[in-house]
Ligand binder design. Structure first.
Ligand code: NAP
Length: 494
């Protein structure tokens, strides 16, 4: 692809964060863009994840751009393929696909102080330059492969959920699943349908609450398409439902009872479904609901009551070529091992590429030595003209990923509006503003479930190495207000 350099902006990541950012940049008048992605298609996590049972676990009307409602969701919780199709449709409608370059692994980005541009190096050694750098790499993009002795020597099929192999047939096989996070909760019931024998290796049990899923009737879809206001009203209810899950975690002092009530629903579901007390005990989390990402399923617990499904929670000692040995000395012979072991979030994701700012400052190293701090979850001093979208310290506003992206594009509206008004070349958040914001978030965080609740033993990726979290400890309404009205003096413009 021949592009005129410097580009207006380089966006790293062609998932919803990258698509939303590019749409916003176009709206702001920037049309010389490149969206770089290491995968061979757009969609981010919805392209990479293709495991059986994949579906959204936030109501679909809420899990979409506000400016682009989709009247065609087939279910309240749409399957993964439909969400990927939605990503394609939005990219095409807003004509941002033409900026996308796939199979392009971005290695690093370096601020060039002389020319006031970002130099972005991709894996084949090519360097692109751009005025603005936007990373939209998500925070679930670096798969975690556990370092268990012998894992490399396993002779059967081994697959991480982010690298699903559609050609492998699980029918009639002996399968092991490692992990019991949100992915495993969706996958295990599906694998149990095919496998002759399924063993789940659990380290930490997870709270699972019923999923109020149903097919959205064709008549209702037609109504949403013809009278968009009806879908807005429907979305208001699904937004409220999602907010109700998140709000008690943020307002834990006042809403402790509500926060804990969800845990009772989860334990009631276990009580009704599982008669075996020992199995029920093993599946019962010993930490508060909300310390970990909530999960929803109507068949996860029931799957463990099937005679060919087994739960092992005694820890894995090693993996042999033909099976898994747990610390009680028992060997489980396996044909296939599925790693539902999630992602390296704090180690290799913040940031997902090397970013070198003013004076050679390395963002990843700086965050690791000084703490993960980013103004409004997006901008960092010494990194001019850089925006981290959809993944940053205190970025996640809880309601849905789309709300976060759209609140962040409001930030871009205000920031770039001022940049244009001043006819400036660069913006850079001040140290004082970044520190004041981060101090405030850290103080507010002390009032949330993550700090006041019983989260010890949850092994939650919500927590960073020094106690910081990705979760914004304010209501979504407050985030919205702040992103649209932050003080412009928090930035220096040149
Ligand atoms: P996860 O929540 O991080 O779960 C990983 C699982 O693997 C945990 O049970 C973990 O145990 C286990 N594990 C990791 N390393 C291990 C080791 N060395 N030995 C034994 N067990 C090990 O990852 P995930 O399930 O992929 O979910 C990640 C996130 O993806 C979710 O929180 C959610 O945000 C997102 N997601 C979204 C949807 C959706 O519908 N929107 C669906 C699926 C996932 P410990 O708990 O003990 O660490």
């Amino acid at each position: 692809m021949t592009v005129q350099q410097p580009l207006d902006a380089i966006v790293v990541g062609a998932g919803f964060g990258g698509i939303g950012s590019a749409i916003q940049l176009k709206k702001l008048g920037y049309h010389n863009l490149a969206i770089l992605d290491r995968e061979d298609d757009l969609g981010g996590v919805w392209h990479v994840n293709r495991y059986p049972g994949l579906a959204v676990d936030i109501p679909s009307p809420t899990y979409s751009f506000w400016f682009e409602p989709n009247p065609n969701w087939s279910r309240m919780y749409a399957p993964g393929a439909e969400i990927k199709q939605y990503a394609k449709d939005v990219a095409d409608k807003y004509d941002v696909r033409r900026y996308m370059r796939f199979n392009t692994n971005v290695e690093s980005a370096r601020w060039d102080e002389d020319d006031k541009v970002w130099q972005v190096t991709v894996a084949d050694g090519e360097t692109l330059t751009a005025r603005f750098l936007v990373t939209a790499t998500g925070f679930l993009s670096q798969p975690c492969t556990p370092d268990i002795p012998g894992i490399a020597d396993f002779a059967g099929k081994i697959v991480h959920t982010t690298h699903w192999d559609d050609s492998y047939d699980f029918e009639g096989t002996r399968v092991g699943v490692l992990g019991t996070g949100a992915t495993a909760v969706q996958l295990i019931p599906e694998l149990a349908k095919a496998a002759a024998d399924l063993t789940v290796f659990q380290r930490t049990p997870i709270h699972v609450v019923p999923k109020q899923d149903f097919a959205i009737p064709a008549g209702l879809q037609r109504l949403f398409a013809r009278v968009p206001l009806t879908q807005r009203i429907f979305r208001w209810f699904t937004d409220m439902q999602s907010a109700l899950v998140f709000l008690p975690a943020v307002r834990y002092r006042e809403l402790r009872l509500l926060a804990n009530s969800t845990a009772y629903i989860s334990s009631l579901q276990r009580f009704i479904t599982i008669r075996d007390k020992e199995l029920r005990r093993k599946l019962s989390p010993q930490y508060d609901f909300g310390c970990k990402r909530p999960t929803y399923s109507n068949d996860y617990y029931r799957t463990f009551t099937k005679p060919h499904v087994h739960l092992r929670d005694s820890g894995i000692e090693r993996i042999d070529p033909d099976g898994v040995i747990t610390s009680d000395g028992v060997k489980t012979p396996l044909d296939a091992l599925v790693l539902a072991t999630g992602f390296d979030i704090w180690e290799s994701n913040f940031p997902a590429i090397e970013i070198i700012g003013r004076g050679g400052l390395n963002l990843g190293k700086w965050w690791r030595s000084e703490g993960f701090r980013a103004y409004q979850g997006m901008t960092v001093p010494n990194f001019p003209n850089y925006l981290g979208v959809a993944a940053g310290p205190f970025a996640n506003s809880g309601l849905s990923f789309f709300n976060m992206i759209e609140y962040q594009t409001r930030h871009m509206d205000r920031l770039f509006g001022e940049l244009h008004r001043r006819n400036a070349t660069t913006f850079e958040v001040t140290e004082a503003a970044n520190n004041a914001f981060s101090d405030r978030m850290e103080a507010l965080q002390q009032n949330t479930l993550l700090h006041l609740g019983n989260c010890a033993g949850s092994r939650s990726y919500y927590f960073g190495p020094n106690g910081e979290t990705v979760l914004r400890p304010t209501t979504t309404r407050t985030v919205l207000a702040e992103q649209a009205s932050f003080s412009l003096s928090d930035y220096a413009f040149e």
